[in-house]
Design a protein around this ligand. Structure first.
Ligand code: ATP
Ligand code: MG
Length: 563
């Protein structure tokens, strides 16, 4: 491709809306163009990168035995009503009405459709296992589209679904996909960290995310400084520091005038925070829930949501709390009735806690579970933070940020049972198909690659993702000898299958070199009167300052061995 003919121009100015490095460089290099909030057009260079990623994904999945299909974007809402997932997606689901007044949605994912499809294809255990995937546009009306391609409302996803006869077979498919994912990211030149992920209210099933570690990542990852443990903060566990254990004292009520927060109460009564019990009120699908946790810890709302198996969880309103007769600032599960209590297991680590007296300005001393109160659910609902102890080895945990570029998930029989995808086992009994799902955000991966590979001048594409391998610059194109040599090198490179972007413009060396750096093409080849004097071209890698003159008559062979 000749730069003079390229649809896009690079921008000198920093686009003001750019939130992150990848957003900034994607816009400035002209790889993408924003059409609406979270809606982008891919331009020639960006589209090439996207297709390179797609091809790597295809090759790896095909070689793992997966079959590519193409499912419709347009999906009947009835399918979603059957699984009730239109509730889970809520406003993120784009819906529309057709001329016959039927409601359709634009697929945010394809579990429903693929299950419906496979239901009609699979008869017996002999038809399984199956790995089915597509590279397809997804639509999600995200509340906050952000950071260029990181979180958009229309995006290409690779979504794969596995179908097996039982859990053991699912595990084999799952491990196969894990391996394929590792190969994909490795071939993209993108180091990723595999972390344990939340598997939602379905619970209990394996789920892993693949994270590209970068400061601008939206996700927080908790990892051990010593062992391999790594988890999304949504799911991360820790060994909770033990509290003091003493013999149980009788409950005593004390006055705590004006003391509401844990800090105020702990300071006033001169007890450490880990000897207090904190009360947090939530509204779970409209019902008031009382969460009790040790005062030095915080509630992880995702864990709480999973414990409650609810779809909507938010902090309860003041009014909701008041109507339930609860006293904010002095509430505790002691003597409480009519409200569901979920407790973090930390309230069993320690004795003689300070808790609210359910009366204004009063607290109780020496509250102990289960002597003094009951709970409906007791499990880990605590947020894990850096500095806590690793649940596996006890060493200290740290926190980093990451971009979720892929997610693999054991679904089990949830969709097959609901949508009727069964098979006959070898004894002729009808069984639900056991499923897994696997997704990669292709555009997000492209953005994450830039977050990880750039400098102050621009993008430094890992070679397998670069739109072109060589940026050929003619310097002094007004001189016939340069133009002729550069033109003929361009033709030679193309004839030899080298992907080359040819800067044939009559621009200054400064402008050309800046563009070469901004676009991040792995090799820059310069033809100028100076190089021609040596019958050569100057070759420089994007990620190095060193350059060298290579003889023109051997250039193609040498370039191929360089890239
Ligand atoms: P997130 O937690 O970031 O919203 P998700 O868990 O909802 O993502 P999945 O349903 O697991 O996403 O989708 C599979 C992959 O698709 C994700 O790992 C991510 O790479 C990509 N993806 C999801 N939502 C978006 C989006 N709005 N924009 C770009 N890529 C996305
Ligand atoms: Mg996910």
């Amino acid at each position: 491709m000749r730069v003079s003919r390229l649809l896009t121009k690079t921008l000198r100015e920093v686009p003001s809306e750019a939130e992150t490095v990848s957003h900034h460089y994607l816009l400035r290099s002209g790889m993408v163009h924003q059409i609406a909030a979270g809606v982008y057009a891919y331009l020639p260079l960006g589209w090439k990168v996207l297709r390179k990623i797609e091809n790597i994904i295809r090759e790896e999945l095909d070689s793992a035995g997966a079959q590519e299909i193409m499912m419709p974007v347009l999906q009947p809402l009835e399918l979603w009503e059957k699984t009730q997932r239109h509730h889970a997606f809520g406003k993120a689901l784009f819906t529309l009405t057709d001329r016959r007044d039927r409601t359709l949605c634009l697929g945010p994912t394809h579990e429903e459709v693929v299950t419906e499809l496979v239901r009609h294809q699979v008869r017996s255990y002999r038809d399984l296992p199956l790995l089915i995937y597509q590279l397809q546009t997804k639509f999600r009306d995200e509340p906050r589209p952000r950071a260029g391609l990181m979180r958009v409302r229309e995006f290409t996803m690779m979504d794969l679904y596995s179908f097996d006869t039982n859990e053991e077979a699912l595990d084999i498919s799952y491990q196969k996909m894990r391996k394929a994912y590792r190969n994909i990211y490795e071939r993209c030149g993108l180091p990723t960290l595999e972390v344990e992920a939340d598997s939602g209210a379905i619970g209990g099933k394996d789920s892993h995310e693949f994270m590209v570690i970068t400061d601008t990542g939206e996700d927080e990852v908790i990892r051990c400084t010593t062992c391999e443990y790594a988890a999304n903060v949504e799911k991360a566990e820790s060994i909770k520091p033990a509290g003091e254990r003493r013999s149980l004292e009788p409950v005593e009520e004390v006055a705590t005038p004006g003391m509401k927060s844990i800090e105020e109460v702990a300071d006033f009564l001169q007890v450490p925070r880990n000897r207090t019990m904190k009360a947090v009120f939530y509204s779970a699908d409209g019902n008031l829930v009382f969460a009790a946790i040790r005062g030095d810890l915080d509630v992880n709302e995702i864990k709480l949501k999973n414990a409650l198996k609810c779809t909507e969880l938010q902090l309860a309103s003041e009014q909701q709390v008041r109507l339930a007769g609860l006293v904010a600032g002095s509430a505790s599960p002691v003597g409480l009735t009519g409200v569901k209590v979920v407790a973090d297991d930390s309230i069993t680590l320690g004795t003689n806690f300070v808790a609210g007296a359910n009366r204004p300005d009063r607290h109780l001393l020496n509250v102990n579970y289960p002597r003094d109160f009951k709970v409906d659910i007791m499990q880990d609902i605590a947020a894990t933070r850096a500095g806590y102890a690793c649940p596996r080895c006890g060493h200290v945990l740290t926190s980093t940020r990451g971009v979720e570029v892929g997610h693999i998930f054991k679904l089990g029989t949830l969709f097959s049972n609901t949508l009727g995808a069964f098979f006959l086992d070898n004894e002729g009994r009808q069984q639900p198909i056991v499923m897994g799902c696997y997704g990669i955000g292709v555009g997000r991966l492209m953005a994450a690659a830039i977050e990880q590979n750039h400098d102050d001048q621009g993008i430094i594409w890992p070679a397998p993702l670069a739109p072109y391998q060589v940026y050929l610059c003619g310097i002094g194109m007004d001189k016939t000898e340069v133009a002729t040599a550069a033109d003929s090198l361009y033709e030679d490179l193309r004839a030899n299958g080298v992907e080359v972007l040819y800067d044939d413009r009559a621009e200054s060396p400064g402008i050309k070199f800046n563009d070469a750096d901004l676009l991040g093409i792995p090799l820059r080849v310069v033809i100028s009167p100076r190089t021609l004097k040596q019958q050569g071209a100057e070759v420089k890698r994007r990620n190095s300052k060193e350059s060298q003159i290579m003889p023109l008559d051997d250039l193609i062979r040498q370039l191929k061995s360089w890239s």
